[in-house]
Design a protein around this ligand. Structure first.
Ligand code: ADE
Length: 230
């Protein structure tokens, strides 16, 4: 079973939105599991300190390597095969390809960063893979971890129905998704494109592919160059 271990200073944030909808149903059906480890429990002294001023000066606070390492060493067995991730805006951007790989594995151990960062020696000694969910800065890694988990969990066999099973959607084909329509046939003067009501499935497939290409060319031309589609 896909098992997520979250190392965080805010365990109360979980499962949060992952407890609702598709991922929440799957959690209750035990198609995946989520465990939180409170880094604060490994904090030092009376105040359970987890962070300190950056060496060399500068603003903010840095998560201590010894404290986070103690939480990881207590929360993970030495033979744990799960990838160890650190959510960070500095990380390698998350892709659907990486999501598919993670989803097919035993789960993930995720360190949720806070403050100005974590001591580099934690990343080095515990082999953390830094992962970013986009080029913007969140106030912490928890919401980023939820994004990653949501993307992984929906691909676990049995989580989505066969019908919605997602091979047609944006990024799985390498293209953005074509436009969708449903009833009513006319909405505020706009008709559903006639081809979609024609019953000609060859024509419909061509229309959808053309539209997917048109949208991708306009919005994400980088996806086409990646795939050699000019
Ligand atoms: N923590 C803060 N910003 C982040 C981002 N963009 N991706 C992953 N983790 C983060």
């Amino acid at each position: 079973m896909f098992h997520a271990a979250l190392f965080t200073l805010y365990p109360e944030m979980f499962p949060g939105p992952l407890g609702a909808s598709l991922s929440g149903d799957a959690l209750r059906r035990q198609l995946w599991a989520l465990e939180t480890i409170n880094i604060r429990e490994y904090g030092l002294g009376k105040h359970r300190a987890v962070d300190d001023a950056p060496a060399g000066g500068g603003p903010g606070m840095v998560l201590r390597a010894d404290v986070v390492a103690a939480s990881l060493d207590a929360g993970l067995r030495p033979d744990d095969a799960r990838p160890r991730l650190l959510m960070s805006p500095r990380g390698k951007p998350l892709t659907q390809t990486r999501v598919r790989e993670l989803s097919a594995g035993p789960g993930v151990a995720i360190v949720c960063g806070r403050f100005e960062g974590v001591d580099e020696r934690l990343i080095e000694t515990r082999g953390l893979e830094e992962v970013s969910i986009g080029d913007y800065v969140l106030s912490g890694g928890e919401i980023a971890a939820m994004v990653l988990l949501d993307a992984c969990v929906r691909l676990i066999p049995g989580v989505m129905g066969k019908l919605e099973s997602g091979s047609d959607e944006s990024f799985e084909s390498g293209l953005l998704e074509y436009p969708q329509y449903t009833r009513p046939r006319a909405f505020e003067g706009r008709e559903i494109p006639a081809v979609l009501l024609s019953g000609d499935h060859t024509k419909i497939a061509k229309w959808r592919n053309d539209e997917a290409l048109r949208l991708t060319r306009g919005r994400r031309p980088d996806l086409l160059t990646e795939r050699g589609l000019k």
